[in-house]
Design a protein around this ligand. Structure first.
Ligand SMILES: Nc1ncnc2c1ncn2[C@@H]1O[C@H](COP(=O)(O)OP(=O)(O)OP(=O)(O)O)[C@@H](O)[C@H]1O
Ligand SMILES: O=P(O)(O)O[C@@H]1[C@H](O)[C@H](O)[C@@H](OP(=O)(O)O)[C@H](OP(=O)(O)O)[C@H]1O
Length: 388
């Protein structure tokens, strides 16, 4: 975001979306605004003032919302954020049109978010030659080879407890090879690949892939898949995964005492790594165990502790941890998802009966990358027999 520039005056209860990882952001002296967050109901407000784009995106959401039988449209209801209509809000006193959407990170305490732009071609049929040239010149290596690119992501690092943000300049340097490093960073793979996380993403991605393989209604240009998960939920799962792996390896190797197979995922070690994150923000720490386990752990240790201060400190931490988790995504079993967003360049298919191969290529690549991670994760987590 344009950090040092003053924001326009927003209505009460509305503020810039702090967790926006890509896309247009506020530019002083222009009509360009970033996404906003409505604090009253937790919804996201996407500016819809850009000529044709706003109207097109509203039409897309309304068509999907109204669909009842159309086989290409009905499944989309499950793949996109909840649409809550459109409205005008006064920005600097002037009315601006917004699309109101459900926040895909709702309830997440440490939201990790990656925007993956789908398609090698990101310009639509109405693009000027200049716009086409500008689009073709960006994210070339990734788009050409994979039909997708990464304009931005943020991750709450399990290793250092900070929020790391990677913007479009990082994304533009990624290649077919280094893009996997970006996904590893996003997945917190330094702490180990998590099967449960990969499976949650894959179950959504497989559905989108299935749809894209057959749908003949739309051409989606410059549309994205937004991957989101809560790092607060990942921590305990990874700990459990490591613990059970340790114990099965120990059982296998009980004579030698060799605890093999517990090391975290290694990066691919490619040499042309893109630059470091653009922003790091420290976040609160927590104990990294499920709330009830944490509670019982403290209860158990309580009787053996004779240091009153330590005892009180542990209880305070426990209280803060449990309070945070009660209002967070612990309510939900699903703590990671992939959803399709940004339909400002959704066009009807020109040749009826044909599929959107441009969009499909990107989705196939995304699915393949996650399937490769899943295979690697299965191999990592298979208990290993120590060398005698
Ligand atoms: N429903 C949502 N829930 C949570 N975050 C969202 C949602 N929709 C968008 N975002 C955030 O806003 C960013 C930009 O969204 P989107 O691509 O729709 O905007 P845009 O300005 O049209 O982007 P572009 O400049 O690529 O066309 C996303 O990367 C994401 O961080
Ligand atoms: O990734 P970058 O470098 O930020 O590039 C922007 C990105 O491709 C946006 O999707 C696009 O908006 P549209 O999807 O609305 O075309 C914008 O075009 P614009 O500059 O013409 O707004 C580009 O500048």
């Amino acid at each position: 975001m344009s950090g040092d520039q003053p924001y326009p005056v927003f209505p009460e209860g509305v503020q810039p979306l702090e967790n926006q990882v890509a896309g247009h952001t506020f530019e002083q002296g222009t009509d360009i605004l970033g996404l906003l967050k409505n604090l009253d109901d937790g919804s996201i407000l996407k500016p819809a003032g850009k000529v044709l784009c706003g109207v097109r995106e509203i039409k897309f959401y309304e068509t999907i919302q109204a669909a009842t039988t159309e086989k290409d449209l009905v499944p989309l209801k499950e793949f996109i954020p909840g649409y809550k209509g459109h409205l005008k809000l006064p920005i600097d006193g002037k009315p601006v049109e917004f699309i109101k959407l459900a926040d895909l990170t709702h309830g997440m305490l440490e939201p990790c978010i990656m925007d993956v732009k789908i398609g090698c071609r990101t310009w639509d049929p109405l693009a000027t030659p200049e716009k086409r040239k500008a689009e073709e010149s960006k994210y070339q290596a990734c788009k050409r080879n994979l039909g997708m690119c990464i304009p931005g992501f943020q991750v709450y690092s399990i290793v250092n407890g900070r929020r790391m943000r990677y913007g479009k300049e990082y994304g533009k340097k990624l290649t077919e090879v280094t893009v996997k490093d970006a996904f590893r960073k996003f997945l917190n793979a330094d702490s180990g690949l998590c099967r449960q996380l990969l499976m949650q993403f894959l179950s959504d991605l497989w559905n989108i892939q299935k749809w894209a393989r057959t749908q003949t209604t739309y051409r989606l240009y410059s549309s994205s898949v937004l991957l989101v998960y809560d790092a607060r939920r990942l921590k305990p799962v990874l700990q459990y995964q490591t613990k059970s792996l340790n114990s099965s390896s120990a059982k296998l190797n009980n004579s030698s005492g060799n605890l093999s197979g517990t090391s975290p995922a290694h990066s691919s070690g490619s040499s042309s790594r893109p630059s470091s994150p653009t922003q790091v923000v420290p976040v609160g720490t927590d104990s990294g165990v499920e709330p009830l386990q944490h509670y019982y752990k403290i209860q158990r240790s309580h009787s053996t502790m004779n240091n009153y201060e330590e005892d009180m400190k542990a209880m305070r931490e426990n209280y803060v941890f449990m309070r945070d988790n009660l209002v967070g995504s612990y309510e939900s079993k699903v703590w990671a998802s992939a959803r399709m967003i940004d339909f400002a360049h959704a066009f009807p298919a020109e040749e009826p009966g044909t599929i959107d191969t441009n969009y499909l290529q990107g989705i196939e690549s995304l699915v393949r990358i996650f399937e490769e991670f899943l295979k690697e994760c299965e191999a990592q987590n298979a208990p290993k027999q120590g060398v005698a």
